[in-house]
Structures are given as C-alpha cells and as structure tokens.
Design a protein around this ligand. Structure first.
Ligand SMILES: [Zn+2]
Length: 223
C-alpha cells in the first residue's frame, strides 16, 4: 500500500521575540477599508505583519479581505460594529456592538478576535467591565500617523516614522488612500532601520494583560 502523501507543510512562521529585537506593530482601524487588498499585497511583499481592528459592518460587506488577513498571518481585533462612542452607549448596545462584530469575523475567517479597540479609543469602567466579559484586553496605541487628518503621503510617512520606536503600537487607517500608498516606503524605511513589523500580540507578550485591562494607559491614567 502506498504511503499517504505528506501533508503540505504550513508556511514557516518566523517567531520574533520583541524583548530581543526591535519591533513595531502597525495597526489599521475601521476596515476592512476599500484599499485593504492593496495594503495586504504590500505587507506580503515585504513580509510584514499588521493588526486590523475591524468594524463589523465592513467585515460583513468585505469578508474576503478578513479571510485573507487571517490566512496571511495578520492579527484581527474588534472595533465595534458601527463605530459609536462606547462611553455614550448603553451597556446593551456595547455588548451588541462587540458580539455582532465577533460573529461576523468568525463567519468570515473562522477566528474569534481576542483584542478590543473601542471606537475613537474611548473607554471607561463600564467598557472595561464589558471587555472583561468578552475576555478581551483593550488595546490603544502609543502613537498615531494622523493619516485621517493630513491625507498626505509625505506627512503620513514623516509622522509614522517619528512615533515608531521599540514596541510601538501605531494607529493608521486602511481607508485612507495615502496611507496605503505610502506603506511600501514606510515599511522599507523601518526594516532598513532594523525593525520587525509584527502584530500587537507580539509586542504585548511581556505585559501579562488581563481581560478588561487597557494598554497602553492613556496619559494621566493610573492603574
Ligand atoms: Zn475607528
């Protein structure tokens, strides 16, 4: 009897240890945006990973991008279904926003998000309690590209590089065309400076975050 054909080897995942090497986590909010396909092509070309905090309503309308994100090794987080300010929403509405988004992501890509980034990065104790119910820490950012504001490739690149430091979590948006257009240049510059572009999970590994924790803490917060 012929031996069974060997299973196709899974692509080798290079495991990066961000306590040993320089890491940056680029994060893209509000998508999958209309330029997500181009962005995924760029990330693939340069062997860079990213984290996508997705809105449930766009997961529903663009599920194939979500499937591709997961398949290509990117991390997925929950950014609410329709982007309301959670600090001005009822508890029932917050739960529904999170649950509906998790359900759409599961349907699209078969995974359950483990990270929450509330719309606008706004949270309070109620939002933290509900995040804890869902088993998710709340992930904010250490610096922003201000891409939605400038809509200018050169400015996005300059701002992003100025906030990209060891273990930074950088806020960007894949619905801003200039962001997606500037990505090849941003990635090349960061990689030439010795940075590994990794997922948020990689940079928070040493933080021992619990469900409901907020990271990084906004300035002025104590925990
Ligand atoms: Zn957002």
């Amino acid at each position: 009897m012929a031996a069974p054909a060997p299973a196709v080897a899974a692509p080798k995942e290079k495991k990066v240890d961000c306590s040993q090497v320089k890491c940056v986590a680029l994060t893209f909010d509000d998508g999958p945006g209309q330029y997500a396909g181009t962005l995924l092509d760029t990330l693939k070309k340069y062997d860079a990973k990213a984290t996508f905090f997705l809105q449930g309503q766009y997961v529903k309308s663009r599920p194939s991008y979500v499937k591709r994100m997961v398949k290509e090794g990117h991390a997925i987080g929950n950014h609410g279904y329709s982007h309301p300010d959670f600090t001005k929403s009822t508890e029932a509405a917050i739960r529904s926003e999170i649950k509906k988004t998790n359900d759409e992501i599961k349907k699209a890509a078969g995974v359950e998000p483990k990270l929450l980034r509330p719309p606008y990065g706004l949270s309070d104790l109620t939002v933290q309690d509900i995040a804890a119910e869902f088993g998710m820490p709340i992930i904010l950012w250490t610096g922003g590209s201000r891409d939605w504001e400038s809509r200018n490739e050169e400015k996005i690149k300059k701002q992003t590089l100025s906030v990209a430091k060891g273990n930074s979590i950088v806020l960007m948006h894949d619905w801003v065309k200039q962001t997606v257009d500037s990505m090849p240049s941003i990635i090349k510059t960061l990689q030439r400076s010795g940075y590994h572009l990794v997922t948020v999970d990689d940079v928070i590994k040493g933080e021992n975050l619990k469900a409901g924790d907020v990271f990084p803490l906004p300035e002025g917060w104590e925990q």
